[in-house]
Write a protein that binds this ligand. Structure first.
Ligand code: HEC
Length: 267
C-alpha cells in the first residue's frame, strides 16, 4: 500500500543511488577522501585559531575584535612605537626615546631622519638590527625603518586578493567533492538536503567578501564569523552523515524496496 508521498518521504529520484547500492571500491575511495579532507579541515582550524586569536591581546578565544583587527587594523600606533614603549624601551635613554616617538608620530620624514634620527638608530639599535639576523626587523637605512613606522591598517588589500583566489578555488573543490559524496546519503526533506549542499558555497562568498567590507565597516566581522561557522557546520554535517550511512546504518526501507521491485512509484 502506498501512502500519498509528502515532503517527508518524497519518492526516490531515478538517478539517486544510496551508499549501500555503490560498489565497495567507490565506498573505499569516498572514505579515504573523507578522512583526508577531515584532517585537512582540522589543521586549517588550528592554523586559523593560532594566527588570529591573539590579535586582541587574549589568545584563548577567537573573538569579533580579533577579526576586526586582522582585516582593518588596530588603528593604534606603528610596530616601532609599540616596541619602543614595550620590549625595546630599555635600549635607549628617555629623551632619545621621546624624540624617536615624536618623529614617528609626525610622519617619519626623511630629512629629519638623516639629521637627527639615524645617529640614534646607529648608536642604540644597530648592534642587533643591522639586518644580519633574519628574525629581527632590519633598521638599517630609511627605507627599512619605514617598514616598521607605518600605522597598522590590517591585512594589505593585495594580500587579501591573493588569499581570496586561493580560498575560492580550494574551497570550491573541497565542497564539490564533499557534496558529491553526501549526495548519496538518504536525507529528507529534499529541500533540506539541497540547502546543506548549497550553503557552503554561499558561506564561502559571504566569508571572503566580508574580509574586504570589514575594512570599510567593522560589523562585517560578524559576517566573516557567521560565514566561517556555517561552512564548518555544513562540512561537519555532510562528513558525519556520509560516514555513518556508508558503514554504520542500514539502508533506508525505500531503497531496499526499490531494489526488490516492490515499489511502483520510483519516479
Ligand atoms: C640587544 C639586542 C637589541 C637591541 C640593541 C635592540 N633590539 Fe629591538 N629587538 C631585539 C630582539 C631580540 C627583538 C625580538 C623580540 C622582542 O620583540 O622583544 C627585537 C624586536 C624589535 C622590534 C620588533 C617588535 C615587533 O613588534 O615585532 C622593533 C621594532 C625593535 N626591536 C626596535 C628596536 C629599536 C628602535 C632599537 C634601538 C633603540 C632596538 N630595537 C634595539 C633585540 C634588540
Amino acid at each position: 500500500m502506498n501512502k500519498e508521498p509528502g515532503v517527508e518521504d518524497a519518492p526516490l529520484h531515478r538517478l539517486y543511488r544510496h551508499f549501500s547500492e555503490l560498489p565497495y571500491s567507490l565506498r573505499v575511495m569516498y572514505t579515504a577522501t573523507l578522512l583526508i579532507l577531515g584532517t585537512a579541515y582540522l589543521f586549517a582550524g588550528i592554523y586559523l585559531f593560532h594566527s588570529y586569536s591573539g590579535k586582541d591581546g587574549n589568545p584563548n578565544t577567537l573573538s569579533y575584535e580579533d577579526i576586526v583587527i586582522a582585516y582593518s587594523g588596530s588603528g593604534k600606533g606603528s610596530r616601532l612605537e609599540g616596541a619602543l614603549r614595550g620590549s625595546m624601551s630599555a635600549m635607549l635613554p628617555r629623551d632619545e626615546l621621546n624624540s624617536l616617538v615624536s618623529w614617528v608620530q609626525e610622519g617619519s620624514e626623511r630629512a629629519r631622519y638623516e639629521k637627527q634620527i639615524k645617529p640614534m638608530f646607529d648608536g642604540r639599535c644597530m648592534a642587533c638590527h643591522d639586518g644580519s639576523n633574519p628574525h629581527l626587523p632590519n633598521l638599517n637605512g630609511y627605507d627599512n625603518v619605514r617598514k616598521v613606522t607605518e600605522r597598522d591598517t590590517g591585512t594589505a588589500l593585495f594580500t587579501l586578493v591573493r588569499v581570496s583566489h586561493i580560498h575560492f578555488f580550494g574551497l570550491t573543490f573541497v565542497f564539490f567533492i564533499l557534496g558529491s559524496i553526501f549526495s548519496h546519503a538518504y536525507v529528507r526533506p529534499v529541500w533540506f538536503k539541497c540547502t546543506v549542499i548549497g550553503s557552503p558555497f554561499v558561506a564561502v562568498t559571504l566569508d571572503i567578501g566580508s574580509w574586504y567590507f570589514t575594512k570599510l565597516y567593522h560589523p562585517f566581522a560578524w559576517a566573516v564569523m557567521i560565514g566561517g561557522g556555517l561552512m564548518g557546520l555544513s562540512f561537519t554535517y555532510m562528513w558525519v552523515v556520509s560516514m555513518y550511512q556508508m558503514w554504520f546504518s542500514r539502508a533506508p526501507s525505500v531503497v531496499v524496496d526499490r531494489r526488490s521491485g516492490e515499489t511502483t512509484d520510483v519516479g
